[in-house]
Design a protein around this ligand. Structure first.
Ligand code: 7TS
Length: 405
């Protein structure tokens, strides 16, 4: 019996090019369940006001709903509510951490990242290193996943930050975060975790992962766009100066000076994405209602089903780990002789949504010796039937183009 989570997502009823939609671009963004759509509607219909300022009843409703969303996030990742900063998304969170890092880093210091990082966890560090004279050091791959031995040789007393993806948005591999965090801490470095591709798929507990900072985006875990989370260990966030300045983030202001509000508000300047945060709370409710472990198990079944089928296709090069251990549902591949954009367009003609391109990981593409890949990525609402449609879609694409060549 297959889990029928797809019933909860109205957009999955859409027809694309006359075919029922098979949505396999979840690593880019996920679809939204009715519960999240209802929460947004309900908020705007009954509670819309600005937060943390009004004394009127609607303002109080909005503030309570916004702060309840923060509590839900804190519970979801095993953190304290003061450690949850609402941001625009994973990118914004990483930029905040990098801005702070810029104050600490000196020439000769090192920042260790991996070659599989999304540009969001790469360019902020490049910029910071260029400005401070610190060195950006890369860990490379072995067997399609992170080479831990390489990481160990590159960690040293100069390493001040290790910033790493939990799950690669191209390779699908799950990195051994706890082990990396322990190694980083042994040399006195901070561990920054980019959980953009793991959130909503596997459990995230900041204590178990031993990370100092963690970022993710709501929109990849069934919540709206425009909302994300920066988690930081309280003792660190207390030392960290604000990055943006303005309303909401102050304790008091005089003509020439200001003092900062307590955590987490000192990092939330201006009117926050209120509805979006409430939507994120609803997405967490949705996952809790199903049970995240059921989602993980359902996706693991799909991975076990799809991986060998992809590997059996003649002329298909699959990137990332060869076996399903340490893999989540992100499958990047190329078909011999075909451009990834042509493959994605041919799949779209069959109602199948996948992404093609460099996936904001150009150094990884160069390392893999390609310009681009096709990427199919799973979420809780996908089914074995979707996997079958992808496989037959790829076969049909091959036949179509072979007929032209
Ligand atoms: N980190 C990883 C690992 C990601 O996959 C992404 C987005 C980000 C950070 C940035 O998230 P944002 O919400 O701030 O943009 N990844 C993708 C992708 O693979 N295709 O589209 C967006």
């Amino acid at each position: 019996m297959q889990a029928e989570f797809w019933r909860d997502f109205p957009i999955l009823q859409e027809q694309i090019q006359g075919e029922p939609l098979v949505y396999l671009d979840n690593a880019a963004t996920s679809q939204k369940p009715q519960m999240v759509l209802d929460a947004l509607n309900q908020y705007y219909r009954t509670s819309n006001a600005n937060v943390h300022r009004g004394v009127h009843s609607l303002a109080e409703r909005a503030t309570i709903a916004y702060e309840i969303a923060r509590d839900k996030v804190a519970d979801f990742i095993g953190a304290n509510r003061k450690e949850i900063i609402f941001t625009k998304g994973a990118t914004a969170g990483l930029n905040i951490v990098a801005t702070w890092a810029e104050r600490l880093l000196k020439p000769g210091d090192e920042v260790l990242i991996s070659i599989m990082e999304h540009h969001a966890n790469l360019i902020p560090w490049q910029q910071v290193c260029q400005r401070t004279g610190a060195k950006l050091v890369y860990v490379y791959l072995k067997d399609g996943q992170l080479d831990l031995a390489d990481l160990k040789t590159k960690l040293n007393a100069n390493t001040k930050f290790v910033s790493i993806a939990h799950v690669s948005n191209v390779l699908g591999c799950v990195n051994p975060v706890k082990e990396i965090a322990d190694l980083a801490h042994q040399v006195g470095a901070y561990l920054v975790l980019d959980a953009a591709q793991s959130v909503g798929h596997i459990a995230l507990n900041v204590a178990d992962l031993a990370c100092d900072f963690m970022v993710f985006s709501g929109h990849k875990m069934y919540a709206p766009t425009g909302i994300g989370v920066l988690y930081g260990r309280k003792s660190l966030l207390e030392q960290l100066p604000p990055v943006e300045f303005g309303g909401e983030m102050i304790a008091s202001v005089s003509e020439q000076d200001a003092s900062w509000a307590e955590l987490p508000y000192k990092f939330e300047a201006g009117t926050p994405p209120i509805a979006e945060a409430i939507g994120l709370g609803a997405a967490i409710d949705y996952l809790n209602q199903i049970g995240l472990s059921k989602v993980t198990a359902h996706e693991a079944n799909l991975i076990a089903y799809l991986l060998p089928k992809l590997q059996q296709i003649d002329g298909l090069t699959l990137y990332g780990p060869k076996d399903r251990q340490n893999r989540l549902g992100v499958f990047s591949f190329n078909l011999e002789g075909l451009h990834p954009h042509d493959v994605a367009t041919a799949l779209d003609y069959q109602g199948i949504a996948v992404r093609a391109g460099h996936h904001c990981a150009q150094p990884l593409m160069t390392y893999l010796g390609t310009n681009a890949t096709v990427r199919a990525s799973l979420a809780c609402y996908n089914t074995k039937a979707d996997c079958d449609r992808l496989i037959s879609g790829i076969q049909a694409t091959k036949e179509f183009f072979n007929g032209l060549i």
